[in-house]
Design a protein around this ligand. Structure first.
Ligand code: DGL
Length: 260
């Protein structure tokens, strides 16, 4: 592994920033390339075959261009589908993010857990298998949101989204039946932690929102090795459309420590 490793963080859009910030804080002494595949956003709107083809083809170009030591697929919609193809095709290590159903179901006291993801992630056989294998006796409600990832993008781009619109997307997660309420919600889309404060405020009752990003960061450190003293992270940010971040987005990226 290179002395200062290069890590490529990949998502359909800006959601992967919630994973990126955890990785950077766990492994500051690295070079980062953040790629937002905005030209194909949202991934949940594409069929499985088209999405596999898109990501494998794009990854071949990105690996040839950037030669990273490790790639983080910071997107549940992609990871629940394309990781086997990526690992079969390329030799660089891939770390993916998939719904944190196992730890959420283990931690739930009421044994009522909801999984909030894109409609595509919720429909995936991979997600269903996680519930069968790791449901741990919990009653799991799957909630596919058509709009929440777009709302998170809008907010980061300075276009405010009304409380009522967000509340409507999360409402099906909250089940109060037979004396047991949902106490844990899995954030199964990397965009959703961008809205965490809104989700907490708009929740009908307090729940634990389960974000697996810190666990992904720990996995990256396991594979890349702990930081040595040295320069802080350097990050290149790019959209696959070639768009340049607007001033509002550039200011938001600065909050994540991304200057270019
Ligand atoms: N950030 C992506 C995820 O974690 C979803 C957004 C999309 O549909 O492109 O699932």
């Amino acid at each position: 592994m290179a002395a200062i490793p290069k890590i490529l963080v990949f998502d359909s859009g800006l959601g992967g920033l919630t994973v990126y910030r955890e990785i950077v804080s766990a492994r500051p002494n690295a070079r980062y390339v953040y790629v937002a595949d905005d030209a194909f956003f949202p991934y949940s709107a594409h069929g499985e075959a088209a999405l596999v083809e898109r990501i494998v083809t794009l990854m071949a170009t990105l690996l040839a261009t950037h030669a990273p030591d490790l790639v983080v697929i910071a997107c549940n919609t992609a990871s629940t589908l394309v990781l086997p193809d990526l690992r079969a095709r390329f030799s660089v290590p891939f770390v993916g993010i998939v719904p944190a159903i196992k730890p959420a179901c283990a931690a739930s006291v009421s044994k009522r857990v909801s999984v909030l993801g894109t409609e595509a992630t919720i429909a995936r056989e991979y997600t269903r298998a996680l519930i069968r294998d790791f449901g741990n006796g919990a009653e799991v409600t799957l909630v596919g949101s058509a709009r929440l990832a777009g709302y998170a993008e809008a907010e980061l781009n300075g276009a405010p989204v009304a409380d009522a619109a967000i509340a409507a997307e999360i409402a099906p997660c909250f089940i109060d039946r037979a004396g047991r309420r949902t106490d844990t919600i899995v954030l199964a889309c990397t965009h959703y932690p961008l809205l965490l404060h809104r989700l907490q405020r708009l929740a009908p009752w307090p729940v634990t929102w389960h974000d697996p990003a810190p666990a992904i960061a720990r996995r990256v450190v396991e594979l890349i090795g702990p930081p040595e003293p040295g320069k802080p992270a350097m990050t290149q940010f790019m959209f696959t459309s070639g768009a340049i971040p607007s001033p509002v987005l550039a200011a938001a990226l600065l909050q994540f420590g991304i200057k270019q």
